[in-house]
Design a protein around this ligand. Structure first.
Ligand code: MEV
Length: 445
């Protein structure tokens, strides 16, 4: 082991010293890397400080593009949706499909419920009936003793909804849960929920200890207290619909055939997890981008969505379609827990901008917007997949990335884009055209 590459107390070093140490130990002391890291610091030290303090050991910033998808008509209101994402075709697809559905009445989004959930996971060694009686005799204490934590949330209309003992000894001998449900209003609520669960576990331990139960029945092992990111009762449905005959603007597309293939594509995702994974990944292209731009936790949102997609025992599509009497109806049921207060929402300047752009939505509005973007993304992906194929649009957007990689000038980009206007973009053909252009230029000189 190279001991000089191991360090104690790294987090306590200043940012400069951290970079110096990394450069010395990992980068042969090369200044260019130090310069690179520093070139990504924000010029306004106050803004940089905000970013520095989000996590431990910040040494620089990592940019991803922040774009917008205008023309999202959701519940009769038009949004220009902020999206933070690096994948080239996602924002283009969201914008295109937002405009497409705007002409057909837009997206209808409705929050069905907003219940969050968490558990005290514990082991207990007596008869279940004894535990059940005991928990109901102390249940009021969980509510009463949490008042200092729940006061503000209660004032906003939220709080603890219910606490229930769940017997999971069928999964694992002696394994039980105290399952609590919460309404967290405009907050995602992770800290609120986790603080309460830890409180509940202490009350449970204390009351068992004080009780007149047998020594065996007093024994409890608290395994852990944690919210669940699986929130199937915090769910939004978003739908679009139109006549099958209006399903495409493209005269080359036969709408009936298109509708049928679209339905088959959803069916394939429902029966084939290999396809369902990619299908849902495309949905999360849109969802994650908005979740990130609005300062929410995309890992939680993804985890929840994928678990929900597996709720039948098989991983399936998050979207559904119905074609009946010449009508096309396409919808998504999306469990998603997001907040518009707390966390990054009042700290990150770009997140604050996202909220301003969206007209300061509350958490329910944000759920509705995110579901619409996910649905638009899936519609766009499936339309391409069952008609032209995905690469046409994808590679057109990727063209600029390739040209940037080879260092094409503004003028060369313009000419090469023009050249590929009516041609299939392939990596090798772009390189060939670029080389030809350069050769032509150097011959002229
Ligand atoms: C690419 O990021 C997403 C797609 O693969 C989604 C899909 O196949 O449905 C295009």
């Amino acid at each position: 082991m190279q001991n000089n590459k191991v360090i104690k107390g790294f987090s306590k070093l200043s940012k400069e010293s951290k970079i110096e140490w990394i450069a010395k130990e990992y980068l042969n002391g090369e200044e260019k890397y130090v310069d690179l890291l520093k070139s990504y610091w924000h010029e306004d030290a106050k803004v940089q400080k905000i970013h520095d303090e989000f996590i431990e050991n910040t040494i620089s910033n990592f940019y991803i593009p922040f774009g917008v998808a205008p023309n999202f008509l959701i519940n009769d209101k038009v949004y220009c949706v902020p999206m933070a994402i690096e994948e080239s075709s996602v924002v283009a697809a969201a914008s295109k499909n937002a405009s497409f559905w705007m002409k057909r009445g837009g997206f209808k989004s409705k929050v069905i419920s907003t219940t969050k959930i968490g558990h005290v996971h514990f082991a207990w060694y007596g008869e279940f009936a004894v535990l059940k009686n005991f928990i109901s005799s102390i249940k009021h204490m969980f509510f009463d003793e949490s008042r200092s934590v729940t006061k503000n949330m209660n004032e906003r209309g939220g709080g603890i909804l219910d606490i229930e003992l769940i017997n999971r000894a069928d999964l694992e001998p002696n394994y039980y849960q105290l399952q609590a449900k919460f309404e967290t209003c405009d907050a995602m609520g992770a800290n609120f929920i986790n603080s309460l669960l830890e409180k509940f576990s202490k009350i449970l331990q204390r009351e068992l200890e004080k009780s007149a139960l047998s020594e065996n029945d007093k024994k409890i092992i608290i395994i852990m207290c944690i919210l669940s990111n699986y929130t199937p009762e915090c769910i939004v449905r978003c739908e679009v619909n139109c006549d099958v005959k209006d399903l495409s603007d493209d005269p080359k597309i036969n709408n009936e055939e298109f509708a049928k293939k679209f339905q088959q594509a959803i069916h394939v995702a429902n029966i084939e997890p290999y396809r369902a994974t990619t299908h849902n990944k495309g949905i999360f292209n849109g969802i994650d981008a908005v979740v990130i731009a609005t300062g929410n936790d995309f890992r939680a949102v993804e985890a929840c969505g994928h678990t929900y997609a597996s709720r039948s025992g098989q991983y399936k599509s998050l979207t559904s379609v119905e074609i009946k009497n010449g009508k096309f109806k396409f919808w998504i049921d999306l469990p998603i827990s997001v907040g518009t207060v707390g966390g990054l929402t009042s700290l990150h300047p770009m997140v604050k901008f996202s909220y301003k752009l969206l007209g300061n939505p509350n958490a329910k509005n944000l759920m509705e917007i995110i579901a619409a973007v996910g649905l638009a993304q899936n519609f766009g992906a499936l339309r391409s997949l069952v008609t032209t194929g995905i690469q046409k649009g994808h590679m057109k957007m990727h063209l600029l990335n390739i040209l940037n990689q080879v260092g094409a000038t503004k003028d060369e980009v313009k000419q090469i884009k023009e050249y590929f206007k009516d041609k299939v973009v392939e990596h090798s053909s772009v390189i060939n055209v670029f080389n030809e252009l350069r050769k032509l230029k150097s011959n002229k000189i």
